[in-house]
Design a protein around this ligand. Structure first.
Ligand code: AMP
Length: 223
């Protein structure tokens, strides 16, 4: 069984709410292409592209990249995907970005992970990332098999420069001021679906059941 028609979704939630982990599960189970704005920006920084060099200091400080830059970057990547089904994570983060996306594509569903800020602050300080893939680990509840190394590639894990406590506070403020209004934007369009909880593992079955009613799971050929 494969997807019968194009299905386009956005996953939202504060930084550290588990969007990356949840997106990986969704894309694996339902065959949606996962596009993360943060991963795209970090890849640009790692490759020292002009855009990466220009945006690095704002990103390290926890500030949002300007809307026009971000919308252009994401929309050109999405257009290149042509008729694929996708799940975007980290975009749109402002109403202006949501409008730009809305002008170009119809979003079928917006999944919002509603995780308390207190949980997030604790979680981000123990988060380690494999930069080139975007895989994340948490030393408390999802540690790598070998401390400090990525399970798949064996490469070194790093702590993101924007996961320091002051920067986390700034990112949460940016989320409240600039991104929460995006939830209203999607609520008014009737596509917002809210999932509340403190642990990805507990939220996942609800997200999976919801999506199963909307899209077909990909055929597990390797099983
Ligand atoms: P994330 O990995 O999604 O938390 O993104 C890391 C950082 O990249 C954010 O703190 C912002 O500085 C920047 N960023 C990611 N997505 C966006 C976006 N849609 N608009 C503006 N800045 C973004």
């Amino acid at each position: 069984m494969v997807l019968q028609r194009v299905f386009r979704a956005v996953i939202m939630g504060p930084p550290g709410s588990g969007k990356g982990t949840m997106s990986a599960r969704i894309s694996k189970t339902f065959g949606l292409k996962h596009i993360s704005s943060g991963d795209i920006l970090r890849a640009n920084i790692k490759d020292q592209t002009e855009l990466g060099l220009l945006m690095k200091s704002s990103i390290d400080r926890g500030q949002l990249v300007p809307d026009d830059v971000m919308s252009r970057l994401m929309l050109s990547d999405l257009r290149a995907l042509d008729h694929s089904s996708w799940l975007i994570d980290g975009f749109p983060r402002t109403v202006s970005q949501a409008e730009a996306l809305d002008d170009a594509f119809t979003v079928d569903t917006v999944i919002n992970l509603n995780v308390p800020f207190q949980t997030i602050k604790q979680r981000l300080s123990s988060r380690w990332t494999h930069l080139s893939s975007g895989r994340v680990y948490n030393v408390d509840f999802n540690p790598p098999k070998v401390p400090g190394l990525d399970d798949v590639t064996g490469e070194t894990l790093v702590q993101r420069e924007d996961d320091t406590p002051e920067t986390v506070t700034r990112r949460l403020k940016a989320y409240q001021n600039q991104t929460e209004p995006v939830l209203e934007f999607y609520r008014s369009k009737g596509v917002l679906e809210i999932f509340s909880g403190t642990e990805t593992n507990k939220i996942w079955p609800h997200v999976e059941a919801f999506l199963r009613r909307k899209v077909s799971p990909v055929e597990q050929t390797a099983a």
